[in-house]
Write a protein that binds this ligand. Structure first.
Ligand code: SF4
Ligand code: SF4
Length: 134
């Protein structure tokens, strides 16, 4: 069973490497950003909660986070709304999880800016999290 899981994992890695080969630098960055967000939301822990707790502002529904790397098939470009809002993935509900996500989102467009923001950088917040008593 573990062997099968390991084989599937390796096959997945191979597919990702092949896909990356055909992507340009910006598309690769967008893809890695997606993996990072899925990881942070899927394995949501104290660090994820800490980053979200430090987040300020609110969503202004600009829709740019639905177009990082490619336009999500569930995104309606006319209404600028998610057509599966009630069942959208957790990673979408939690966006942005860290300042790195804002940078990914800004690669689509700076204007308008995301309604969410952090007053500190990713590195500063990571250091601050390490010093929080557990
Ligand atoms: S980029 Fe920010 S403001 Fe725009 S829809 Fe996404 S979370 Fe909301
Ligand atoms: S599922 Fe909805 S919220 Fe998530 S990226 Fe697609 S359109 Fe945006």
């Amino acid at each position: 069973m573990v062997k099968l899981y390991y084989k599937k994992f390796l096959a997945g890695i191979r597919v990702i490497i092949i896909i990356c080969f055909y992507l340009d630098k910006q598309q690769r960055a967008a893809l890695f950003g997606k993996f990072r967000r899925v990881y942070w939301s899927r394995f949501k822990d104290d660090k994820t909660d800490f980053f979200i707790s430090q987040r300020k502002g609110d969503c202004t529904r600009c829709g740019n986070c639905c177009q990082i790397g490619y336009v999500c098939p569930a995104y309606d470009t006319k209404s600028r709304l998610c057509t599966i809002n009630k069942i959208k993935p957790l990673v979408c509900k939690l966006f942005p999880l860290t300042p790195l996500d804002i940078a990914d989102r800004d690669s689509v467009s700076f204007n308008p800016q995301c309604g969410f923001y952090w007053q500190k950088t990713f590195s500063e917040l990571s250091c601050e999290f390490k010093s929080v008593p557990k």
